[in-house]
Design a protein around this ligand. Structure first.
Ligand code: ADP
Ligand code: MG
Length: 140
């Protein structure tokens, strides 16, 4: 498979406020190929499991409630250096600290409602992609 993958979600507030198409076009304009895509509303169990790594953090319960408050758009993206390049394009977790031109600087409304998710390592990109997409739903 040429290039590597990362996993992203457009989070509920960005999806329901009509920002998904804009965000997806920024993603493809930056050289990522979308190899899987779906809109889905997570169950509480799914959101809790997806963010389990954060279960001891004070923001965990609010994060899970937020992530199930509406639909998300989930995607697998392919590009050389996908994880690192996408993290740079996302911007910092806290939009107040995000660089100009990043997705979070442009579209996030708070540290919790920060527009998108992006994997933080190649290993997690694979785990998170597998969480959402069977092989039959991927188009390399
Ligand atoms: P990132 O999404 O940048 O990888 P983390 O993995 O640390 O950030 O956190 C996962 C998500 O949890 C964040 O995207 C954000 O929605 C939420 N979050 C992180 N830190 C906080 C915080 N201090 N207060 C509220 N929500 C937070
Ligand atoms: Mg993270």
């Amino acid at each position: 498979m040429p290039g590597k993958i990362t996993f992203t979600m457009v989070k509920p507030e960005a999806t329901t406020s009509g920002l998904a198409a804009k965000i997806l076009s920024m993603i493809t304009d930056s050289g990522f190929r979308i190899i899987a895509l779906k809109m889905i509303r997570l169950s509480k169990e799914q959101a809790s499991a997806f963010y389990e790594v954060h279960k001891d953090r004070p923001f965990y319960n609010d994060l899970v409630e937020y992530m199930i408050s509406g639909p998300v758009i989930a995607a697998i993206l392919r590009k050389d250096n996908a994880v690192e390049d996408y993290r740079r394009m996302m911007g910092a977790t806290d939009p107040a600290k995000a660089d100009e031109g990043t997705i979070r600087k442009l579209f996030a409304t708070s540290i919790q409602s920060n527009a998108i998710h992006g994997s933080d390592s190649d290993e997690n990109a694979i785990t998170e992609s597998n969480f959402f997409f069977p092989e039959i739903e991927r188009f390399y």
